[in-house]
Design a protein around this ligand. Structure first.
Ligand SMILES: Nc1ncnc2c1ncn2[C@@H]1O[C@H](COP(=O)(O)OP(=O)(O)OP(=O)(O)O)[C@@H](O)[C@H]1O
Length: 608
């Protein structure tokens, strides 16, 4: 949803290139505070502790200023030096106590804020991990990272730090005003004449800053999104000779960010000098009225100087309160971006009465399945699969073939519930997948995606990713079964060799073997292999087949492949057709020449 922006607001105005990231829905400040408050709750008791410590610190300052007045009136004016030592010692004591209280208050407030940020970030990521991978992959990864880092830090500034600082500044303001009032009420009234102007300017500036900050955060997300994509696709960029285009793309979004930043700065940076003028106005009024009071003997010189000191002290919390205005603007814009993530819901839900699978034999049944993807508005999109019936016995291997876009990966997603059917049922050992807990289902089914994803960790840790408690002997056994042991032991650090996040130190075939070893170690009764030989040359595939055969033995396997060399591994072959070749959606191909290995059809499945 785009906010309506006033004419003349250059950075806020939508230009020809709105950038990759769109605005999240606008959320009122109260609603933002309500939504983000639960993460403060575990440490909520520390908020009053730090507030009390900070207020005690401010009180120490008041005492110190008061003693300063006595120093002027009782030592300096009457030239009575004997009282100096006691007053000086008391002033020093008050200042040291104030410094210690302020230190304790600041530290507890920082600790609360940092812990808040950690909780919010962890829970946001945990929420993202409840969403099907497709939901995340349709968003810009860099922008997601920006929301999980920068935006959450901005929210923390407001919700945890800002609240404490705001409360303490308000209390300090009251303390200093009370002390000033006690010294001279006419002077205090004169000083407070500027207060309505403060309040008015805060409201006017606040709204404008928030509007501009929304653009800043959106553009900042756009820059990280483009940077991430640009670096991830560096190989394609170089081979296509598009380096300058990539740099230009990021530069253009960076320029839009710069414009948005400058637009925000033009308002935010005007705010503080504007307040400075108001402060000067209040100060001059105080000096004028104070001079008259001293001349008429209604105020001592010490009193006037102490009043001036209180005024100086008063400006600090006033400035802190004022600084919360741009902070709140940024935090609101960031809050909206993080809330948008929290409001993403998974189309795949675990029902409250879901039960564990229990021991799994591995019979997989699809009955009248229709499946497709939700459209932009969340309504069901056109079906990719229709009327799909399938019955796989335990230990049976089904090769799933068909042209691109015919729905093979969609079927794989149904088996691990990354997607639910629009109609019909998918069953495991006769149990509807929707009646099972997601965790137990995924304990029973291993999905090996097309690209073997590797983590920046040791080879042993990569193999043990699905079973982190696996002993080294089990890891080695899995690697031997996957045909990975020989190349792993040839590496300088063997199983302790750290590989890059995208497996850049391993060849495609080696990465696939590590992924197969991972599947061996998980040892699930059902396997879904999505084009396991993608990118491998025929010779490597030939070497790879025995490992695949070992892995599939005794497990119900759906083997998605375009590779004819793998078809002999299957007991049956199912060919899917893309929706546009025959009616609205794909289904199992019943043509007699549908499968290149029709002879395999009807063959007895291997026993588990
Ligand atoms: N997340 C998604 N959102 C919307 N449509 C999708 C999504 N994923 C796949 N599709 C669409 O569903 C159809 C089937 O895609 P699917 O990935 O299942 O095909 P496939 O047979 O596995 O293709 P390939 O052999 O190229 O991997 C395609 O038209 C594709 O555009």
């Amino acid at each position: 949803m785009r906010e309506v922006t006033p004419p003349g607001d250059r950075a806020a105005r939508d230009d020809d290139d709105p950038g990759p990231v769109t605005d999240p829905p606008v959320v009122p400040l109260r609603e933002l505070m309500r939504r983000f408050w639960p993460w403060v709750r575990p440490d909520v008791r520390w908020l009053p502790v730090s507030a009390v410590l900070l207020v005690l610190g401010a009180f120490g300052e008041v005492v110190s200023v008061w003693l300063f007045k006595d120093l002027i009136d009782d030592v300096l004016v009457p030239r009575h030096f004997a009282d100096f030592w006691l007053l000086a010692a008391l002033m020093l004591g008050a200042s040291v106590a104030a410094a210690l209280f302020t230190y304790g208050g600041t530290y507890t407030s920082t600790r609360t804020a940092e812990r808040y940020m950690l909780r919010l970030r962890t829970d946001t990521l945990a929420h993202l991990h409840t969403l099907p991978p497709d939901t995340l992959e349709t968003r810009w990864r860099g922008d997601l990272v920006a929301r999980l880092t920068f935006d959450i830090a901005e929210i923390e500034q407001m919700v945890a730090t800002g609240l404490v600082e705001g409360a303490v500044a308000a209390v300090s303001l009251l303390l200093f005003t009370g002390a000033a009032f006690y010294l001279s009420w006419p002077l205090t009234v004169a000083a407070l004449l500027a207060a309505p102007l403060f309040v008015l300017s805060t409201s006017l500036f606040g709204r404008r800053i928030r509007r501009r900050e929304r653009q800043v955060q959106r553009r900042a997300g756009g820059v990280t999104a483009l940077l991430e994509e640009s670096l991830r696709n560096a190989t394609v960029t170089r081979t296509c000779g598009q380096e300058s285009r990539e740099v230009e793309r990021v530069h253009r979004e960076g320029k839009a960010l710069l414009d948005a930043e400058l637009s925000a700065a033009r308002v935010a940076d005007l705010y503080q000098p504007f307040l400075g003028v108001l402060q000067l106005l209040a100060g001059l009024t105080v000096v004028g009225v104070g001079a008259l009071e001293v001349i008429h003997g209604q105020l001592s010189l010490g009193g006037l100087l102490a009043f001036a000191a209180f005024m100086a002290q008063l400006f600090e919390p006033a400035q802190q309160l004022a600084a919360l205005v741009p902070l709140a603007g940024t935090a609101c814009a960031s809050g909206e971006r993080v809330l948008e993530l929290h409001d993403l819901t998974s189309p795949v839900r675990e029902c409250p009465t879901a039960r564990d699978t229990g021991p799994v034999q591995g019979r997989v049944t699809l009955q009248g399945v229709r499946a497709g993807y939700p459209g932009a508005t969340g309504t069901p999109g056109p079906p990719v699969l229709t009327d799909l019936d399938l019955d796989l016995l335990p230990g049976e291997t089904l090769a799933l073939v068909g042209p691109s876009g015919s729905g093979k990966s969609t079927l794989a997603k149904l088996l691990v519930r990354f997607l639910d059917p629009q109609a019909g049922t998918v069953r495991l050992d006769g149990q509807d997948l929707r009646d099972l807990t997601l965790a137990s289902l995924r304990q029973a089914v291993t999905l090996l995606p097309q690209q073997a994803p590797l983590f920046r960790a040791t080879i042993a840790d990569n193999i043990a990713y699905g079973r982190p408690d696996a002993p080294p002997a089990a890891i080695e056994r899995a690697a031997r079964n996957a045909g990975a042991h020989d190349f792993v032991t040839a590496l300088p650090d063997g199983y302790r060799t750290v590989i890059g996040a995208d497996g850049f130190q391993l060849s495609g075939g080696q990465s696939q073997r590590v992924a197969i070893a991972r599947a061996f170690l998980r040892d699930t009764p059902v396997l879904v292999l999505d084009e396991p030989t993608t990118g491998l040359d025929p010779h490597t595939v030939e070497q790879f087949v025995p490992a695949l055969r070992r892995l599939m033995t005794g497990r119900t396997t759906v083997l998605i492949t375009h590779d004819r060399a793998l078809l002999p591994l299957a007991d049956r072959v199912l060919t899917l057709r893309p929706p546009d070749t025959a009616g609205p959606a794909a289904g199992p191909d019943s043509r007699p020449d549908a499968s290149p290995v029709d002879a395999l059809r009807g063959r007895e499945p291997r026993k588990p």
